[in-house]
Design a protein around this ligand. Structure first.
Ligand SMILES: NC(=O)c1ccc[n+]([C@@H]2O[C@H](COP(=O)([O-])OP(=O)(O)OC[C@H]3O[C@@H](n4cnc5c(N)ncnc54)[C@H](O)[C@@H]3O)[C@@H](O)[C@H]2O)c1
Length: 331
């Protein structure tokens, strides 16, 4: 009898431990989008949607009935991801489209096609990014992280802006990162041509640029009905760290793996923030804000600098030849 009691007690302690661990992980994960809103009839574009947070965002928004355009660089991977999303959701309005944010030519081609084919765009999620890659350059000669993470999305958003405005209460979501808090914008050398390349600082600069772009765009969109917000999705287990090697070493360590399981979100958990900003009814009209997971937060001081935001807009417009690009895409 005593032996059975010991067994039951042991089993219930193990059960309680696992139950508590799962609850704690959910809590650390930052919660689930509280809105159950369906988005039938709405068109959503998600960049970098074939992996990680972007793919989970596309999946959840497809589940809610949206017409989803997965915009990716690698068409093979994109078609596979779109097929998987269609299969899991039984939503057949999920499409793979080519978009290489490291090429202004590709961005213009993508925008031209979208403007021809889509009569409205209700949500644009600027999610794609590259983190801490070697000192690579985009097709147009921009430093890769600044080029893809900021300039590519800056150009794309501007090319789609009139359609977003025509569509009524559209939403733009810029996926930034907590890394922006140590970011600095070097206006003398935005593309790392003069100083020694620092992969980490380049990523942080690009993520600060995401928040500054959001704030300046929100100002310019006042009175149009279109909103724009930025977010930090949380630290998630995705392929983002592919250039750092950090991911493999942390997860293969028997000491670190359980700690990482606790503090690192799944891509599905991290996607909740983008889903929330895309669908939550209470956020209608909220613009120029920064969210950490599901909570509105104050971004870093340098991200609130209006002079920097305006200067960055002007420099970005010059670098991507925005006026010519707008003219080319309106033909
Ligand atoms: N994972 C995290 O811990 C974390 C933390 C903070 C912020 N973020 C942000 O979340 C977003 C999604 O990242 P993730 O973690 O899912 O990583 P991920 O690497 O799985 O996804 C990034 C996507 O961007 C795409 N991409 C890269 N270069 C591109 C290009 N030239 N053209 C088009 N697409 C391109 C990739 O192919 C990939 O699909 C990023 O903006 C990232 O900065 C992630």
């Amino acid at each position: 009898m005593v032996a059975i009691n010991k067994y039951v007690l042991g089993a219930s302690m193990v059960g309680t431990f696992f139950g508590a661990s799962v609850l704690l992980k959910d809590y650390v994960g930052g919660g689930v989008c509280p809105s159950k809103a369906k988005i039938e009839g709405k068109t959503v574009i998600v960049t970098g949607a074939n992996t990680g947070i972007g793919k989970e965002t596309a999946l959840e928004l497809a589940r809610r009935g949206g017409r989803i355009i997965m915009a990716c660089r690698d068409m093979g991977k994109c078609e596979n991801a779109a097929r998987e999303v269609r299969g899991k959701t039984l939503n057949h309005n999920v499409f793979a489209k080519h978009l290489d944010l490291a090429s202004t030519k590709s961005i213009k081609e993508f925008a031209k096609n979208i403007l021809k084919e889509e009569h409205h765009i209700d949500v644009l999620i600027n999610n794609a990014a590259v983190m801490r890659c070697p000192h690579w350059k985009t097709e147009d000669g921009f430093e890769m992280q600044f080029g893809v993470n900021h300039l590519g999305h800056f150009l794309l958003t501007n090319l789609l802006l009139d359609r977003l405005k025509e569509s009524g209460q559209s939403r733009i979501i810029n996926v930034s990162s907590l890394a922006h808090i140590v970011g600095e914008i070097d206006f003398q050398d935005l593309n790392w041509e003069k100083k020694k390349y620092d992969t980490k600082a380049a990523y942080c600069q690009s993520k600060l640029a995401n928040v500054l772009f959001t704030n300046e765009l929100a100002k310019r969109l006042q009175g149009t009905g279109v909103t724009v917000n930025s977010l930090h999705p949380g630290v998630a287990d995705t392929e983002l760290g592919r250039h750092t090697g950090m991911h493999q070493s942390a997860f293969s360590s028997t000491v670190l793996a359980p700690i990482f399981w606790f503090v690192i979100k799944s891509a599905k958990q991290a996607a909740q923030s983008s889903v929330f900003l895309a669908v939550d009814e209470d956020l209608q009209g909220t613009s120029g804000k920064y969210f950490n997971a599901l909570k509105e937060k104050e971004p870093a001081k340098q991200a609130l600098d209006e002079v920097s935001a305006q200067k960055l807009w002007e420099a970005s417009a010059r670098l991507v030849h925005l006026d010519e690009a707008l003219q080319e895409c309106s033909l």
